[in-house]
Design a protein around this ligand. Structure first.
Ligand SMILES: Cc1cc2nc3c(=O)[nH]c(=O)nc-3n(C[C@H](O)[C@H](O)[C@H](O)COP(=O)(O)OP(=O)(O)OC[C@H]3O[C@@H](n4cnc5c(N)ncnc54)[C@H](O)[C@@H]3O)c2cc1C
Length: 308
């Protein structure tokens, strides 16, 4: 824990396994930010941002830097105005993405229903430009409120200033995402709810949602080559190291079925997949899941990896 926390935040010692969907990760100082006034001091030193922990693999020894998360003061969601069949919505970075999807569908505001089933906070989803086969969160963002690295105060950036790409907001590492405004068109709430339900059912039918994981481990190497299909073709479904398993349901998921996998177990499976993809198909698989304090071979070229 930092020796003295600024006013407007609270701190606690936690196991990050309790704050990540993988249920893996060692100890850390978790600081919840409740007031904007606390931000400048907190980000002046080393730190990491945590959302819902749905895209993270955290090392078993934990992390030394304070881990920051936005508190309830950043969790608002409200319609600012409606005009000519369109609406502007303000959403805080700590707001749960699933609640945003449900709110928009109920209000008859189209777009976010395409993200049904993606576990995230809005801040984490902005940072990752969370998306599905049909859309990205940044498709509906009009502007974002961010604290850029090295700047003392938050500011708003128009969507056009974000060089967004697949699973990336395009803003520099260390940017804090405090919230956003969405521009949405009005639509039939019944149709929007039906779409959200259908997308969630499709995910449940094709992904191991009942087991701890961090979603898809690897980025798709090409539009016509999903990483899951490649790993399946390599015959790796069901492979295990320790408590970690390549899901028999969806090969781009590594799962932690008995909640006893270590980060090292997952890292060994990642190394195995990357080495086989390189050796047998000449494909370099890049991780989509972000690794904190994990073995450095996760970042090395697969040709350097010894047999796992
Ligand atoms: C079962 C399952 C299914 C999934 N399906 C999808 C899918 O279909 N599409 C998809 O895109 N993703 C999917 N994911 C991955 C995950 O949902 C997304 O990456 C999501 O955006 C992570 O949000 P988070 O709040 O959990 O962020 P975290 O995992 O906590 O953090 C992810 C990154 O964002 C940073 N971050 C978090 N909050 C902030 C903030 N306020 N300011 C600055 N940086 C921040 C973190 O430092 C880290 O770099 C899935 C995950 C699971 C477990």
């Amino acid at each position: 824990m930092p020796a003295a926390l600024p006013p407007g935040c609270t701190g606690e010692q936690v196991l990050l396994a309790e704050h990540t969907t993988f249920r893996i990760g060692g100890p850390a100082s978790l600081v919840t930010v409740e007031e904007r006034g606390a931000l400048a001091e907190l980000v002046a030193g080393p730190h990491r941002w945590l959302g819902r922990g749905a895209n993270l693999l955290v090392g078993d020894q934990g992390v030394a830097e304070p881990v920051l998360r936005l508190g309830a003061a950043f969790a608002g969601c409200s319609v600012l105005r409606r005009l000519g069949g369109r609406a502007t919505l303000a959403v805080g970075g700590a707001h749960d993405l699933a609640k945003l999807v449900a709110f928009c569908a109920a209000e008859g505001l189209a777009g976010p229903e395409g993200l049904a089933g993606v576990p995230a906070t809005v801040g984490g989803a902005l940072r990752m430009n969370a998306g599905t086969a049909t859309c990205w969160l940044l498709d509906w963002v009009a502007r974002v409120e961010v604290l850029l690295p090295g700047e003392p105060e938050p500011r708003w950036l128009e969507r056009a200033a974000l060089p967004a790409a697949y699973r990336s907001s395009g803003l520099p590492r260390g940017t804090a995402f405090l919230g956003c405004e969405l521009e949405l068109a009005e639509d039939d709430p019944v149709r929007l709810k039906a779409t959200a339900t259908r997308l969630k059912q499709a995910k449940a039918a094709s992904q191991p949602l009942a087991l701890p994981s961090a979603g898809c481990v690897f980025r798709n190497p090409a539009r016509d080559l999903p990483a899951g299909r490649l790993i399946d073709q390599l015959g790796l479904k069901g492979a295990r190291v320790g408590g970690a398993e390549i899901s028999p349901v969806h090969a781009n998921f590594i799962v932690n079925p008995e909640r006893r996998a270590s980060a090292a177990d997952v890292a060994a499976l990642v190394a195995l997949i990357r080495r086989r993809a390189w050796d047998e198909r000449g494909v370099v698989l890049e991780m989509e899941v972000e690794a904190w304090a994990c073995p450095d071979h996760l970042q090395r070229h697969p040709r350097e990896l010894a047999a796992a």
